[in-house]
Design a protein around this ligand. Sequence first.
Ligand code: DI6
Ligand code: FE
Length: 399
Amino acid sequence: MQCETRWTAARLATMTDGCLTVIPDAMIAAQDGRVVYAGPASAAPDIVAERTVDCEGRLVTPGLIDCHTHLVFAGNRAAEHEMRRTGASYEEISRAGGGIRSTVTATRAASEDELVSSALPRLNALIAEGATTVEVKSGYGLDLETEMRMLRAARRLADERRVTIRTTFLGAHALPAEFAGRADDYIDLVTQEMIPAVASEGLADAVDVFCENIGFTPAQTEKVFEAAAAHDLPVKLHAEQLSDQKGASLAAAHGALSADHLEHLDDTGVAAMAKAGTVATLLPGAFYFMRETRKPPVALLRKADVPIALATDCNPGTSPLTSLLLAMNMGSVLFGLTVEECLAGVTCNAARALGMSDGTGTLTAGKQCDMAIWNVGDPAELVHAMGANPLHARIWRGR
Ligand code: DI6
Ligand code: FE
């Protein structure tokens, strides 16, 4: 067999089927950006490689996938920090002129170039820790023009860095001030104008809604899901973050790729997600930052075999986090996830949450050769450490 590059002497975790089994002396071979072999060196076919890289016993995992971010936005909300520290609630901060709407004002005023350049340091931080795929949501424009500009900026990030970008349209993130008291009218705008425009320009890979007391109702969410389906766009949902709206069940009924946050998810929601194959994306950064106390029902999710993903939720207000390694540590320390669950959460299950399982998320023949090579031997070190970055090298599409 002929290939461009082969990596030898790897301690390989392919993450196939979500299993963390380390193959001690493994080889990975790539041709045209795809894996042609990944497994024990002893079982490898005869491979003639143009280039051989000796991993010297380092751990090799699939490249990390951040499947839930709000990476593109303008301004920053550091000034809210003091309010939050002294006990102000999310609602109080919002009423004082902070919150999502302050980011909306800044984002509306920013050019596409400015959105790209302010997002790049955040993207760089994710990439520096081995991310090879990053999802980016809109949702700080809340008007047609700015939502489209955010999505164009997100798509452009893929020209600036060697990384795969998936975009999600989140027009139903918050009610813009000019629609105060007219949420249904805004949802009409989202479903009748924004989604058709975003779809016709191919700017989004999925559609998301913030279904919450302070967001949109389940009935409004359903309208957005129907419009997405009419344009062949898969859906996801911010569900059960602050209260139980039965959003996860609604998402599952619409075949959602994922339901995200889920602190207030109950057993019927878990059952609906299990039946539909909807991924549970947990966002411990937001839980930590908002000092929440109610945890997502991990034991129920496990029992029902609902795949669990982990993401940063990188956003300016409730999770200013640009580290998937720290998200893994928090997933374990705060939510009790195992090392295997943490690693599956940022690889194979994150790919599934983006509808990308066929292309990435595990290291198996036929998939994109997206890998992270770590200066550690034991995967537990990735979850255990805080603030360390043991990345040795990042491979995106075989390079
Ligand atoms: N849930 C959140 O926690 C963030 N968005 C969402 O739907 C908050 C985003 C922000 O405050 O800017
Ligand atoms: Fe979010």
